[in-house]
Design a protein around this ligand. Structure first.
Ligand code: G6P
Length: 648
């Protein structure tokens, strides 16, 4: 696997250690249902609850824990709602037992109820399982099992798997309990189609865990006399930094002082123990009330981390060695496809403008979930980029695999080092923005934008971009962190604006050219965390329909810097004002043309046109943050969402 990992640049920051080599992976965040399992000498429960807390960003509608007590009984506790509910349920009554599995859920099959929470027993109640993923053929399997007398306690697809493993375990003959359990897991996984990351435990095989993965992330944490299974290294780094990133079709057996990784079919697994670099501080809230606010405020540093060590004054260009492409190969690229979901897709849309404007290479954006099922005709010199903060989004991964299947070179722009997309792509560049824990993406957007600027600069300078234009972009990139700090100073004022519109039924976001995607991203932030209707549009599209929505109650947020389309934006603002619509405008410092027109104006420092979105998106992030807090919403864990979506 080593060869598939990218070169990481030398960077110094509190998140990442200098000079990472390929065997060192930096802990970061991926998501959608979280699994943490423990086997060792200590009481399992505190380890599991702590791990669940760190994994809560992956899903938080219910949680559960199963510990094998010293008396050989499985104590299963689970309930709907936040982890706090589970903690209260367990109270002081945690059983003594040093082997356990646990789960925090984001519902796919079956509502968020106590019964649907994981872990799930098998029919005998001697086996428990936690599962992340989707068992696509669960209904048929369930019907078969029910016809044989099995009684299900939940509506989940996952419970089918625990029953199935139980059936194979009970019918296995010969061998130790541990061998029988492993054989039962192997046999059951042959029967299921879909995706899984699982952890399984059986009363007959104390202090023994089995895990397996296909399509859903699972890592092994190797401690001293204790071992872990988890969806993400962030759940275990407080206890160990030695981790194995399992590959699809890997199966692992764990005891406190032993581990064995094989293929599910019994073959030899190709794995390595990686040293995880992790600064616990990076994942802590510090003095901030919410992760989202902390991450918004980290952007001066995270943007700098994205370009640090990647600018060449001599060549007036960018250096992205991790792409693993020669200058000639880069010159031969005649089409680029950018793929992503959610915020990453908005960054891709910005990237399309950047690459076409700066490098003059035809570029298209594909929503990952559409791309993977659409037979997009692509020229052989097409380069595909998959953009993903977590590196685990299943639709983005599916798009990557589809493009690779067709023989295209696929590169990744990813934050989570060692994540599946990072490993499966042919090369790429890391964002280096540190853990992003707030569900609404903020700093990852500006980091993605920065990387795409570097890419456009690199490709442009290999084509017809002049030295002076290259130098100008480099100079402006370097100036961004200080300008971001200037924007952040306006947080309190933006809060006042948010409070002024606190009863708004919705918001429109408008921008054009480089800032069309900024408008889309601003609207996404608002709806994600405040639950009001918000939609983003190209400003001039107003008159083709959206203007029908304009009223005295509905604010329009215009991203209108003093750029080549400012006058056009101005006309659109006039059209809204003529219909008594309130206007919040983001524009460039020193531009007073909006003072008489807009109800509220937020100023961002001047920069070159193509980099303005990095500055303009920050007031939009702050606006949605303050709006959401004022409306009493759960900013970091908005309803129905998860940080990254590892199910289709
Ligand atoms: C989820 C998150 C979004 C994120 C998207 C893509 O929907 O809620 O904030 O933009 O996934 O995530 P990725 O990790 O692939 O960037």
């Amino acid at each position: 696997m080593l060869s598939a990992l990218w070169k990481t640049d030398l960077i110094k920051s509190k998140y990442f250690v200098t000079g990472l080599d390929n065997s060192k992976k930096t802990a970061s965040i991926a998501g959608m249902c979280g699994i943490i399992a423990y086997v060792g000498k200590e009481k399992a429960t505190p380890y599991l609850l702590d791990g669940l807390q760190r994994l809560e960003y992956r899903g938080y509608d219910s949680s559960g824990i199963a510990v094998l007590s010293d008396e050989g009984v499985i104590d299963l506790q689970k309930c709907a709602g936040r982890l706090q509910n589970l903690r209260q349920q367990i109270g002081e009554q945690a059983v003594a037992g040093s082997c356990g599995i646990s789960h925090t859920r984001w519902a796919t099959h079956g509502e968020a109820t106590d019964n649907n929470a994981h872990p799930h027993f098998d029919q005998s109640e001697k086996l428990v399982l936690v599962h992340n993923g989707v068992i696509e053929n669960y209904q048929k399997l369930r019907d078969d099992l029910e016809s044989k007398g099995h009684q299900f306690r939940s509506q989940t697809d996952s419970e089918v798997l625990s029953h199935l493993i139980g059936v194979f375990y009970d019918s296995a003959d010969g061998g130790s309990s541990e061998e029988r359990l492993v054989a039962a897991v192997r046999e059951s996984l042959k029967q299921v189609s879909g995706t899984y990351g699982i952890a399984v435990m059986h009363v007959d095989a104390p202090d023994f865990l089995v895990g397996a993965r296909l399509g859903s992330p699972l890592i092994v944490g190797l401690g001293k006399g204790e071992n872990f299974l988890a969806s993400d290294v962030s759940a275990v780094v407080a206890h160990t930094t030695d981790a194995i990133y399992l590959n699809d079709y890997d199966l692992v057996c764990l005891k406190g002082d032993e581990f064995k990784v094989e293929r599910i079919d019994g073959g030899v697994a190709d794995f390595q123990v990686s040293q995880v670099e992790f600064s616990a501080e990076a994942a802590e809230l510090g003095d901030y009330p919410h992760y989202m606010l902390k991450e918004i405020f980290e952007q001066a540093e995270s943007v700098e981390n994205a370009f640090r060590g990647r600018l060449s004054d001599e060549e007036a260009s960018a250096k992205l060695g991790g792409l693993q492409m020669s200058p000639q190969e880069l010159r031969d690229v005649d089409r680029i496809v950018l793929v992503g979901c959610g915020t990453a897709c908005h960054a891709a849309m910005a990237g399309e403008h950047l690459i076409e404007a700066l490098a003059r290479i035809p570029t298209e954006v594909e929503i990952a979930s559409e791309f993977r099922y659409r037979n997009v005709p692509m020229d052989k010199n097409t380069l595909v980029f998959v953009i993903s903060q977590s590196g685990e989004t299943i639709d983005s991964l599916g798009a990557l695999r589809e493009a690779k299947r067709k023989g295209f070179r696929v590169l990744g722009l990813v934050n989570a080092v060692g994540s599946t997309i990072a490993r499966e792509s042919d090369g790429g560049a890391y964002m280096h923005c540190g853990p992003e824990i707030g569900v609404a993406a903020t700093k990852s957007f500006t980091s993605q934008f920065t990387l795409l600027t570097l890419l456009a600069l690199l490709l442009g300078r290999m084509r017809d971009m002049s030295v002076s234009d290259g130098q100008e972009i480099i100079k402006e990139l370097r100036a961004l962190p200080d300008k971001i700090r200037e924007v952040l100073k306006q947080s309190d004022r933006i809060k006042e604006i948010a409070l002024k519109y606190i009863d708004a039924p919705g918001m429109l976001y408008l921008g054009r050219q480089f800032n069309y995607s900024t408008a889309l991203e601003g609207a996404l932030k608002m709806k994600e965390i405040s639950y009001i209707f918000a939609s983003g549009h190209a400003s001039a599209e107003l008159k083709h329909g959206v203007i029908a929505l304009v009223s005295e109650e509905l604010p329009s947020v215009f991203v209108a810097p003093k750029d080549s389309v400012f006058k056009k934006n101005l006309s659109s603002i006039e059209e809204v004002k003529a219909r008594k619509g309130p206007v919040i405008a983001i524009t460039t410092e020193g531009n007073d043309e909006l003072d008489r027109l807009a109800d509220d104006v937020i100023y961002v420092p001047e920069t070159i046109e193509c980099l303005n979105p990095i500055l303009s998106v920050i007031p939009l992030q702050l606006l949605s943050y303050h709006f959401s807090v004022a409306r009493g919403c759960d900013v970091d864990k908005p309803r129905n969402l998860a940080k990254s979506v590892t199910v289709e």
